[in-house]
Every structure is written in structure tokens, then in C-alpha cells.
Design a protein around this ligand. Structure first.
Ligand code: DNO
Length: 356
């Protein structure tokens, strides 16, 4: 297991590589080239520019989060082949630079969504939260503007302002796309990229939908054990794997995350883990808690044990942290609470590896 932290280059992060290097146990960062427009090739020059910066701080760049997929591929448009070719070129360049794992998602139109980016908790910290009734009542423009307002002037992954103009049209477009058509588009993409991942020895790790239920009637793809199996079976290969995001899946109380961890780790299909804890306030409402089991609904020790006992040997990162100790930064991605999460994960891992 290798512990990493998510980090955003180009001065778009309140947390420095120097600070990350000082978190015990953290070996590298999961990052992405946010200044390359989605669909363009990640050139060697651009990748090396970021990699050298990371390496010069004694950290590795073995995980990419995310190599995003152009909407034309998701929609299955005729232009998709060009974007898939670009994607494959980016994969090849990343492999040449030592990248071993690519995290991505196949959520249409938008990435993750929280209805509150800064909710006050009784201990004086601030966290992200999701209230379903509020989320379904809001118009798209209310949603995009509240995400922007709450971003503290950092980019929010998946909520790049340049996407906003197109979002309303895209949501309309998907009204006529059935789940089976959407899965056919996924398969078309995976048929092209998984053989390349195999030849490059790169692990491909799809991130679950977050939240795991439809918003704006958009198709959902990876939100429970069955849909994970369906997705991974589209192209059977060890390389076609999962980013086990515990908090995304656990938002649906019907999901048994420990069982999902055991099942897919035993198949060698979990390449990357986002260990996030959440606390439900009702079935579809929750906030993101501190990482400890005692702070949320997830049994983090059990999940880590299930991963270890089933042979998991990939990357783990602490996930969204609260804002504590008066820190300000990108919601979910400050330093202090994620560093506490990293130390906690290291402790859980040490316990499970030493005591069985
Ligand atoms: C949110 C993240 C997601 C994740 C992507 C992966 O904070 O978990 O943005 O990185 O869905 O493609």
C-alpha cells in the first residue's frame, strides 16, 4: 500500500508540496494537469514540468486524478474517436513518466456535488454536506453559482467555470440517452483504452458517482456493488478497475462498503482507495466527518482490514477533510484534517499488517 495526498499544481492549492512531504507516511501525490483543456493531449513537456516539481520535493507522481473524459466520448458522438486517440496519447506519455494508476470518472455533465461547501459543525470545524431536498430544488444556475461562491477562489475539480455554459444543454441531451446507450458508450471507450492500459501496465480506476443517485435525471453508472460489477465486466481485465471511494458509496445506506472492498480487492480490481467518512443525518442527507470511525458512519478499521486481507496493494489517500484550526483553502482539500486522516490511515494499516 502506498499513501498519497491529492495536490493541485500551478499555484492552485493552499497546501504546498513541502508541507505534504512532512506528513509521515505520505509517499506521493495524486494530481492532474488542470491547465490542459479536457480532450487535449497531455504532452511530455507538460507532464514533466509537474512531475519534476513533485519529485524535487521528494514525492512521487504515480497516480493521476483525474484524466478526464471529454463529453463527446460520454455522449458517443462521431468526434469521440479523435478524443479517444488523444486520451491514449496522454496515457502513453503518462506511462513514460512513471505513472502507474489513472483515476477517472464516467459521470455525465458534472463530477461530485455537495449542496453545502462549508457547514459549521459543533466542534467549530467546517465541512461539506449534502441535503437532498435542497439539491433537487435548486436550478442548475443556482448550483453552479453556489459551487463557485463556496470555492474560496480555488478550482473545484469537475466544476471548471468554462464547462458551465454547456451544462444546461448537456443535461437536456442526456434526457434522451438510455442507461443501455450510455453503457454502450462506456464500453466503446473501454474497448479502446483498456488494451492500451494493459500494454503500458497502467491501472485504470473508475471513481464512483458522487452522490450515488441521479440528479437532473442524468444516468448513473457506478453507484453500488452490482453496477461496479457491470462496469468492470464490460471489458474483463485486471487493468479495468475501481477507485474505491468509501464516502461516495456509503452515501447510499444500502451499500455495504466493507463487502464491496472485500469483493473487488479479492478480484485484484481495486487500484486506488479514497478513504472518506461521512455521517448521515437522514437516508439521503449527510455531512463529511473526520476520518475516524467514531466520527462517522463507516467502520474504517473494518474497511482497511477487508482491503488488506483480500490482497489490496494499491494507493490510498485520505479524502475530503474538514476545515479545522482556522484553515482556509479549497473545500475538502485543506492540509490539517487530511494530514490527521493520513496519520490515522497509517495507524490502521500498521495495526492490520502487524496483528493480522
Ligand atoms: C472530489 C473527487 C472527484 C474525483 C473524480 C475522479 O473531490 O473525489 O473529483 O477526483 O470524480 O475522476
Amino acid at each position: 500500500m502506498k499513501l498519497v495526498l491529492r495536490w493541485f499544481p500551478y499555484g492552485d492549492d493552499s497546501v504546498s508540496l513541502r508541507q505534504i512531504r512532512q506528513i509521515p507516511g505520505v509517499k506521493g501525490v495524486a494530481t492532474f494537469l488542470s491547465r490542459v483543456p479536457v480532450g487535449d493531449v497531455w504532452t511530455m513537456d507538460e507532464i514533466l514540468h509537474v512531475k519534476n516539481m513533485i519529485n524535487s520535493h521528494g514525492l512521487e507522481m504515480e497516480v493521476i486524478e483525474s484524466l478526464n473524459i471529454h463529453e463527446d466520448i460520454k455522449k458517443g458522438l462521431s468526434t469521440r474517436d479523435m478524443y479517444i486517440d488523444n486520451y491514449i496519447l496522454s496515457m502513453k506519455n503518462l506511462a513514460s513518466c512513471g505513472v502507474k494508476c489513472i483515476c477517472y470518472n464516467f459521470m455525465p455533465v458534472m463530477d461530485w456535488y455537495r449542496s453545502v461547501l462549508s457547514e459549521y459543525l459543533p466542534d467549530g470545524s467546517y465541512t461539506m454536506a449534502y441535503y437532498h431536498d435542497d439539491a433537487v430544488k435548486l436550478s442548475l444556475s443556482n448550483i453552479t453559482s453556489s459551487m463557485m461562491r463556496g470555492s474560496n477562489n480555488f478550482s473545484l475539480p469537475g466544476w471548471e467555470p468554462e464547462r458551465f455554459a454547456q451544462m444546461a444543454d448537456d443535461i437536456e441531451y442526456y434526457r434522451n440517452v438510455s442507461s443501455s446507450e450510455y453503457f454502450a458508450n462506456i464500453k466503446y471507450f473501454l474497448d479502446a483504452v483498456i488494451p492500451v492500459a494493459e500494454s503500458l501496465d497502467i491501472d485504470f480506476a473508475v471513481h464512483p458517482d458522487d452522490p450515488p443517485w441521479p440528479l437532473f435525471h442524468l444516468p448513473k453508472v457506478v453507484n453500488c456493488k452490482e453496477s461496479i460489477s457491470k462496469y468492470l465486466d464490460l471489458v474483463p481485465s485486471k487493468k479495468n478497475g475501481l477507485t474505491l471511494c468509501t464516502g461516495s458509496l456509503a452515501a447510499d445506506p444500502a451499500n455495504d462498503v466493507a463487502d464491496i472492498a472485500s469483493t473487488f480487492a479479492a478480484m485484484g480490481k481495486i487500484h486506488f482507495v479514497h478513504l472518506r467518512n461521512i455521517k448521515h443525518v437522514s437516508d439521503k442527507d449527510f455531512y463529511e466527518s473526520a476520518h475516524l470511525s467514531s466520527c462517522g458512519d463507516l467502520d474504517m478499521a473494518k474497511i482497511v482490514r477487508c482491503l488488506y486481507e483480500n490482497g489490496f496493494d494499491g494507493y490510498i489517500r485520505p479524502d475530503h477533510g474538514r476545515m479545522i484550526w482556522d484553515e482556509t483553502g479549497r473545500p475538502g482539500y485543506g492540509l490539517y484534517d487530511r494530514a490527521l486522516g493520513a496519520a490515522y490511515i497509517s495507524g490502521l494499516w500498521e495495526a492490520v499488517t502487524k496483528n493480522g
